[in-house]
Design a protein around this ligand. Sequence first.
Ligand SMILES: [Zn+2]
Length: 206
Amino acid sequence: MSYKVQPPLWLRAFFRGAVWRKTKSEKCVYLTFDDGPVEKETLWVVELLKKYDIKATFFCVGENAKRHPHLMDVLLENGHSVGNHTFNHLPAWKCSRSAYFENIDKGKQYVPGQLFRPPHGQLYPWYMSALKKRFKEIVMWDVLAMDYDKRLSKQTVVNNVMNHVRNGSIIVFHDSRKAWERMSYALPICLKRLQKEGYTFKVFEM
Ligand SMILES: [Zn+2]
Protein backbone atom coordinates (compact mmCIF):
# COMPACT_ATOMS: atom_id res chain seq x y z
CA MET A 1 0.00 0.00 0.00
CA SER A 2 2.93 2.31 0.56
CA TYR A 3 3.02 3.28 -3.14
CA LYS A 4 -0.34 4.89 -2.55
CA VAL A 5 0.71 6.62 0.67
CA GLN A 6 3.91 7.95 -0.92
CA PRO A 7 3.60 8.37 -4.71
CA PRO A 8 6.54 6.87 -6.68
CA LEU A 9 9.08 8.98 -8.57
CA TRP A 10 7.85 7.94 -12.02
CA LEU A 11 4.41 9.32 -11.24
CA ARG A 12 5.87 12.58 -9.97
CA ALA A 13 8.01 12.86 -13.09
CA PHE A 14 4.94 12.31 -15.25
CA PHE A 15 3.29 15.38 -13.68
CA ARG A 16 6.41 17.46 -13.40
CA GLY A 17 4.58 20.80 -13.37
CA ALA A 18 2.85 19.91 -10.11
CA VAL A 19 4.41 20.18 -6.65
CA TRP A 20 4.75 16.91 -4.69
CA ARG A 21 7.23 17.84 -2.03
CA LYS A 22 8.82 21.10 -0.88
CA THR A 23 12.27 22.02 0.42
CA LYS A 24 14.22 18.91 1.45
CA SER A 25 16.78 21.00 3.35
CA GLU A 26 14.33 22.18 6.00
CA LYS A 27 12.63 20.19 8.73
CA CYS A 28 9.15 21.35 7.85
CA VAL A 29 5.92 19.87 6.54
CA TYR A 30 2.88 21.26 4.74
CA LEU A 31 -0.35 20.08 6.26
CA THR A 32 -3.30 19.98 3.84
CA PHE A 33 -6.98 19.05 4.15
CA ASP A 34 -9.28 18.06 1.31
CA ASP A 35 -13.01 17.91 0.59
CA GLY A 36 -14.42 20.42 3.10
CA PRO A 37 -15.65 22.70 4.29
CA VAL A 38 -18.30 20.89 6.31
CA GLU A 39 -19.72 22.09 9.60
CA LYS A 40 -18.52 19.73 12.30
CA GLU A 41 -15.33 18.34 10.80
CA THR A 42 -13.84 21.59 9.49
CA LEU A 43 -14.54 23.52 12.70
CA TRP A 44 -13.04 20.70 14.76
CA VAL A 45 -9.86 20.78 12.67
CA VAL A 46 -9.63 24.58 12.95
CA GLU A 47 -9.93 24.37 16.76
CA LEU A 48 -7.29 21.65 16.97
CA LEU A 49 -4.87 23.58 14.75
CA LYS A 50 -5.42 26.66 16.90
CA LYS A 51 -4.40 24.66 19.96
CA TYR A 52 -1.14 23.67 18.27
CA ASP A 53 -0.65 27.08 16.62
CA ILE A 54 -0.44 25.46 13.19
CA LYS A 55 -1.58 26.90 9.85
CA ALA A 56 -2.69 24.59 7.06
CA THR A 57 -3.99 24.62 3.49
CA PHE A 58 -7.57 23.52 2.80
CA PHE A 59 -8.56 22.32 -0.67
CA CYS A 60 -12.25 23.10 -0.74
CA VAL A 61 -15.03 21.65 -2.85
CA GLY A 62 -16.89 24.56 -4.47
CA GLU A 63 -20.37 23.35 -3.61
CA ASN A 64 -19.41 22.98 0.06
CA ALA A 65 -17.96 26.48 0.04
CA LYS A 66 -21.19 27.74 -1.56
CA ARG A 67 -23.28 26.00 1.10
CA HIS A 68 -21.10 27.16 4.02
CA PRO A 69 -19.65 30.58 3.20
CA HIS A 70 -19.12 31.27 6.92
CA LEU A 71 -16.73 28.31 7.10
CA MET A 72 -14.64 29.84 4.34
CA ASP A 73 -14.46 33.00 6.46
CA VAL A 74 -13.45 30.98 9.53
CA LEU A 75 -10.61 29.33 7.59
CA LEU A 76 -9.27 32.62 6.26
CA GLU A 77 -9.72 34.53 9.52
CA ASN A 78 -7.66 31.85 11.27
CA GLY A 79 -4.78 32.36 8.88
CA HIS A 80 -5.21 29.21 6.82
CA SER A 81 -4.95 29.07 3.05
CA VAL A 82 -7.65 27.70 0.79
CA GLY A 83 -7.41 26.14 -2.65
CA ASN A 84 -9.68 24.91 -5.44
CA HIS A 85 -10.74 21.24 -5.49
CA THR A 86 -13.29 21.69 -8.35
CA PHE A 87 -16.97 22.51 -7.79
CA ASN A 88 -18.32 18.94 -7.47
CA HIS A 89 -15.21 16.95 -6.60
CA LEU A 90 -15.07 15.94 -10.25
CA PRO A 91 -12.36 13.41 -11.19
CA ALA A 92 -10.55 14.34 -14.42
CA TRP A 93 -10.70 10.81 -15.86
CA LYS A 94 -14.47 10.65 -15.59
CA CYS A 95 -15.42 13.62 -17.75
CA SER A 96 -14.54 15.62 -20.84
CA ARG A 97 -11.87 18.29 -20.84
CA SER A 98 -14.42 21.06 -21.23
CA ALA A 99 -16.63 19.72 -18.41
CA TYR A 100 -13.58 19.49 -16.15
CA PHE A 101 -12.44 23.06 -16.69
CA GLU A 102 -15.98 24.40 -16.44
CA ASN A 103 -16.27 22.68 -13.08
CA ILE A 104 -12.97 24.18 -11.92
CA ASP A 105 -14.02 27.65 -13.04
CA LYS A 106 -17.35 27.27 -11.26
CA GLY A 107 -15.43 26.33 -8.10
CA LYS A 108 -13.37 29.50 -8.50
CA GLN A 109 -16.53 31.53 -7.86
CA TYR A 110 -16.65 30.22 -4.29
CA VAL A 111 -13.04 29.37 -3.46
CA PRO A 112 -10.54 32.23 -3.83
CA GLY A 113 -6.82 31.96 -4.47
CA GLN A 114 -4.24 30.50 -6.79
CA LEU A 115 -3.94 26.93 -5.54
CA PHE A 116 -5.42 23.78 -7.06
CA ARG A 117 -5.52 20.11 -6.15
CA PRO A 118 -7.22 17.63 -8.50
CA PRO A 119 -9.85 15.35 -6.90
CA HIS A 120 -8.57 11.77 -6.47
CA GLY A 121 -5.22 13.07 -7.74
CA GLN A 122 -6.51 12.44 -11.25
CA LEU A 123 -4.85 14.52 -13.93
CA TYR A 124 -3.66 14.35 -17.51
CA PRO A 125 -0.21 15.80 -18.28
CA TRP A 126 -1.76 17.66 -21.21
CA TYR A 127 -4.11 19.53 -18.82
CA MET A 128 -1.15 21.07 -17.04
CA SER A 129 -0.71 24.19 -19.15
CA ALA A 130 -4.40 25.12 -18.90
CA LEU A 131 -4.21 24.60 -15.14
CA LYS A 132 -1.06 26.70 -14.88
CA LYS A 133 -2.89 29.55 -16.59
CA ARG A 134 -5.53 29.46 -13.86
CA PHE A 135 -3.39 28.65 -10.82
CA LYS A 136 0.00 29.47 -9.33
CA GLU A 137 0.50 25.97 -7.94
CA ILE A 138 -0.91 22.52 -8.65
CA VAL A 139 -0.47 20.85 -5.29
CA MET A 140 -0.19 17.05 -5.13
CA TRP A 141 1.29 15.32 -2.06
CA ASP A 142 4.18 13.41 -0.57
CA VAL A 143 2.21 11.58 2.15
CA LEU A 144 -1.42 10.47 1.94
CA ALA A 145 -2.92 9.62 5.33
CA MET A 146 -5.65 7.53 3.61
CA ASP A 147 -7.98 8.56 6.43
CA TYR A 148 -10.94 8.25 4.02
CA ASP A 149 -10.42 4.48 3.67
CA LYS A 150 -12.91 2.69 5.91
CA ARG A 151 -10.99 -0.58 5.60
CA LEU A 152 -8.01 0.87 7.46
CA SER A 153 -7.60 0.94 11.21
CA LYS A 154 -7.10 4.26 12.95
CA GLN A 155 -3.59 3.23 13.89
CA THR A 156 -2.73 2.46 10.26
CA VAL A 157 -3.60 6.05 9.39
CA VAL A 158 -1.18 7.28 12.08
CA ASN A 159 1.48 4.93 10.73
CA ASN A 160 0.87 6.02 7.13
CA VAL A 161 1.86 9.54 8.12
CA MET A 162 4.58 8.89 10.68
CA ASN A 163 6.36 6.14 8.70
CA HIS A 164 6.57 8.21 5.52
CA VAL A 165 6.97 11.82 6.64
CA ARG A 166 10.26 13.56 5.79
CA ASN A 167 11.58 17.08 5.20
CA GLY A 168 9.29 19.07 2.93
CA SER A 169 6.45 16.52 2.96
CA ILE A 170 3.05 17.70 1.80
CA ILE A 171 0.64 15.68 3.98
CA VAL A 172 -3.03 15.05 3.09
CA PHE A 173 -5.86 14.57 5.57
CA HIS A 174 -9.59 15.02 4.91
CA ASP A 175 -11.98 17.31 6.79
CA SER A 176 -14.90 15.20 5.61
CA ARG A 177 -17.62 13.09 7.16
CA LYS A 178 -16.23 9.98 5.51
CA ALA A 179 -12.79 10.40 7.08
CA TRP A 180 -13.98 11.65 10.47
CA GLU A 181 -13.48 8.54 12.58
CA ARG A 182 -9.91 7.91 11.45
CA MET A 183 -8.91 11.56 10.95
CA SER A 184 -10.11 12.69 14.40
CA TYR A 185 -8.07 9.90 15.98
CA ALA A 186 -4.91 10.20 13.87
CA LEU A 187 -4.53 13.96 13.44
CA PRO A 188 -3.91 14.94 17.10
CA ILE A 189 -1.44 12.06 17.51
CA CYS A 190 0.42 13.00 14.34
CA LEU A 191 0.57 16.71 15.24
CA LYS A 192 1.96 15.91 18.67
CA ARG A 193 4.58 13.53 17.29
CA LEU A 194 5.58 15.78 14.40
CA GLN A 195 6.13 18.71 16.76
CA LYS A 196 8.08 16.47 19.13
CA GLU A 197 10.28 15.35 16.24
CA GLY A 198 11.04 19.00 15.52
CA TYR A 199 8.99 19.61 12.39
CA THR A 200 7.64 23.07 11.76
CA PHE A 201 4.45 23.59 9.76
CA LYS A 202 4.21 25.73 6.65
CA VAL A 203 1.30 26.87 4.57
CA PHE A 204 0.94 27.39 0.82
CA GLU A 205 0.61 31.02 -0.17
CA MET A 206 -2.75 31.65 -1.80
ZN1 LIG B 1 -10.84 15.19 -2.63
